[in-house]
Design a protein around this ligand. Structure first.
Ligand code: KG4
Ligand code: ZN
Length: 341
């Protein structure tokens, strides 16, 4: 009882606005009380996120999303310990909206501001719920903007072992989906279609670089020529086999993602393996990694679907760790669109 009374109460408001999700979360001692996200479907018709449109939508959504988080959590604004906000990497305009809001909110309440690295937060999402990986662990962070294999030594100590030479994994999914005529963002559509198709229908080239870096430009070109050639020689073939083509394309992408991860895990003898980021929602990737883990005797950590794509609960989690270190940011903080891990 005494220990319980001595325990510090930490309530973090997390704010995320680095791309096209406006999100707010409230976290009490590491537990999520509310996790609210406003999506921006208006980008769909353009086939990608339009930064200026995203900034305006963030401005329209942010107050409402934060109010909703307070409403759901039943937390009073005056009771928060700190405001944690993504300050990079991401789109400059969208980052500015969330950060300006967070600075004003923190200043008005006289609470500390915490600067959160978005990629770090994707990884730390693994500490929201049990089971949690033990340090050091490997995390493959696969999102729309990044593909990184990270050695996570501590909650604030990361070493990027390999990254992509060209597109991010999410872009490889989205660009492939566009070639297949699927809506934007295409990753979830490829995932859904692939579940109904044969992954061995066609062999797309699986690049395995000796330096263990990722590259996705070759497979995208290969898909483009494959679809074009089919259309010329066998009209109707692509439509008839769209699930098989999606499954084969996804299968090749998964092989390319898992190869450097497997090599690094064996080289470093690390047995706790995690994935994070939007693409970690992919059911094929989750199943393939689960199988690899069973074969190799690794403990595999897959994030809850709510914490794969961009969300503010992960920002609050990173904020919670930073609060424990009293790692606060000045109110003069600027966003850094190219922030490194
Ligand atoms: O992490 P995230 O929400 O935003 C960034 O920080 O980029 O990731 C978005 C990316 C998009 O490319 C989207 O197509 C991809 O994650 N994605 C998926 C799936 N769900 C989202 N890719 C493959 N399969 C999925 N189920
Ligand atoms: Zn993200």
């Amino acid at each position: 009882m005494k220990a319980q009374m001595d325990q510090e109460e930490i309530i973090i408001l997390g704010i995320e606005s680095s791309c096209d999700e406006t999100a707010a979360a409230l976290m009490h001692n590491g537990h999520v009380l509310a996790n609210v996200t406003a999506l921006q479907p208006e980008h769909g018709v353009f086939g990608g996120v339009i930064p200026e449109l995203a900034s305006r939508a963030h401005q329209n959504h942010i107050v409402q999303v934060v109010q909703e988080a307070f409403h759901q959590s039943k937390i009073q604004k005056k009771d928060i310990s700190a405001v944690a906000c993504t300050s990079g990497p991401g789109l400059l305009g969208p980052l500015l909206v969330g950060l300006s809001f967070s600075k004003a909110f923190a200043w008005a309440l006289q609470k500390p501001l915490i600067s959160v690295n978005h990629m770090e937060a994707h990884i730390l999402a693994h500490f929201i719920d049990a089971p949690q990986p033990a340090f050091p662990f490997l995390c493959l962070t696969v999102s729309g903007g990044h593909t990184q294999l990270v050695l996570v030594k501590q909650a604030n100590s990361f070493e990027v072992l390999s990254q992509t030479m060209d597109d991010a994994a999410g872009e490889a999914f989205d660009k492939g989906a566009k070639l297949m005529g699927l809506p934007y963002p295409g990753g979830p559509h490829v995932d859904r279609l692939a579940a109904e198709g044969n992954p061995h229908f066609h062999s797309f080239p699986v690049s395995k670089r000796p330096d263990q870096q990722f590259t996705f430009s070759g497979i995208k070109t290969s898909l483009l020529y494959y679809l074009r050639e089919n259309e010329l020689k066998r009209p109707g073939f692509n439509a008839l086999h769209k699930a098989d083509i999606a499954a084969s394309y996804q299968h090749a992408l998964i092989q390319m993602l898992l190869y450097p991860l497997e090599q690094a895990a064996m080289r470093l003898n690390i047995r706790h393996i995690a994935i994070a980021g939007g693409v970690s929602a992919n059911k094929g990737l989750r199943a393939a990694l689960t199988k690899l883990g069973a074969d190799r005797g690794w403990a595999i950590f897959l994030p809850d679907f709510a914490y794969c794509t961009d969300n503010a609960a992960m920002i609050a989690m990173a904020g919670h760790f930073a609060y424990l270190r009293r790692d606060f940011a000045p109110l003069t903080l600027d966003p850094n669109p190219r922030m490194k891990l």
